[in-house]
Design a protein around this ligand. Structure first.
Ligand code: SF4
Ligand code: SF4
Length: 294
């Protein structure tokens, strides 16, 4: 395990964990499989949990975000890992059954219409994910949509996606750099996409989970300020499956701070600037396990 050496441990309230290094998919926009040369091998569960407790205590991590690979491939481990943190969120492709009792907020990736989703993730995967979604209680999960040059044409169709899935809402982000470059948005397209998202937010506020203030921060002109205050500089830390710290953030070699696409970074920054709605949203995305159980 690589940990910072010397000096006092730095407190990080948010931990982003690759709990699995495997995923059955190979999406065009995946930051994970376009970045690593050699997929790190997973640790035995008992050792993973032991190391997890060490980093939790060292950095005083309160909120855990479980990503991958596909976290649900490690369901037994995930169940145990969640118990170690007051607040948890899981990002999944939704192609595996999603248990209802995970005590974490669930973000299921859908990239737009069937045609767009399947063109990015693979033929038949939209239907596969929708099949799992239909088994879930309405409003028990959120949709996570990564916008690419293809999918921004469908921003207006997001209300329909929400109706079809019965989700709590849709959280949008933008494709990160380094992945499939042809799908990445140019600055002017991103500006246009932010305008469309803001219009949608005003017209149908229940569809997008992103707050207005955090959407504004996706504008290319705001990226420098976002980078200066990125949560990975002060309050977040990301680990691979063997607890190597991912630098500068979970996107590692694909990180491009001049066009950051992570909605959590924008929401945290909006909160730091005093936006109450963003604060409320963060609490909803990382629900308190104790309170949510009561
Ligand atoms: S489901 Fe996620 S981890 Fe798997 S290939 Fe797609 S983007 Fe990457
Ligand atoms: S790319 Fe990574 S380090 Fe850069 S602003 Fe975004 S989250 Fe922060």
């Amino acid at each position: 395990m690589i940990l910072e050496t010397g000096g006092e441990p730095i407190k990080r309230s948010i931990g982003i964990f690759d709990i699995s290094s495997r995923c059955p998919l190979r999406c065009n926009h995946c930051y994970y499989y376009t970045n690593i040369q050699e997929i790190p091998t997973e640790l035995p569960d008992a050792i993973y949990l032991k190391k997890l407790k060490l980093v939790r205590d060292r950095y005083e991590i309160q909120s855990a975000f479980w990503v991958g690979g596909e976290p649900l491939l490690k369901l037994n481990l995930l169940r145990e890992a969640i118990k170690l943190f007051p607040r948890n969120a899981i990002a999944t492709s939704g192609i595996l059954p999603i248990p209802e009792d995970l005590n974490a907020s669930i973000l299921i990736s859908i990239d737009g219409s069937k045609a767009i989703h399947d063109s990015i993730r693979g033929k038949g995967l939209y239907a596969k994910t929708m099949k799992q979604i239909k088994k879930m209680p309405p409003k028990s999960f959120a949709i996570f949509t990564v916008l690419t040059s293809e999918s921004i044409k469908q921003i207006e169709a997001l209300p329909d996606l929400m109706d079809r899935t019965q989700a709590q809402g849709i959280l949008v982000g933008f494709q990160v750099s380094g992945t499939n470059g042809s799908s990445q948005l140019k600055a002017e397209s991103r500006e246009m996409a932010v305008n469309l998202l803001l219009q949608l937010k005003i017209k149908t506020p229940e569809v997008l989970l992103n707050t207005e203030k955090s959407l504004e921060l996706f504008r290319p002109s705001r990226q420098r300020a976002v980078e200066m205050n990125c949560i990975y500089k002060s309050s977040a830390i990301s680990f691979d499956v063997r607890f190597k710290i991912k630098e500068p953030c979970t996107f590692e070699g694909n990180a491009d701070c001049s066009s950051c696409g992570c909605p959590l970074v924008m929401i945290q920054e909006a909160k730091r600037r005093g936006d109450k709605e963003s604060d409320i949203l963060l609490h909803a995305l990382f629900p308190n396990r104790i309170n949510s159980m009561s």
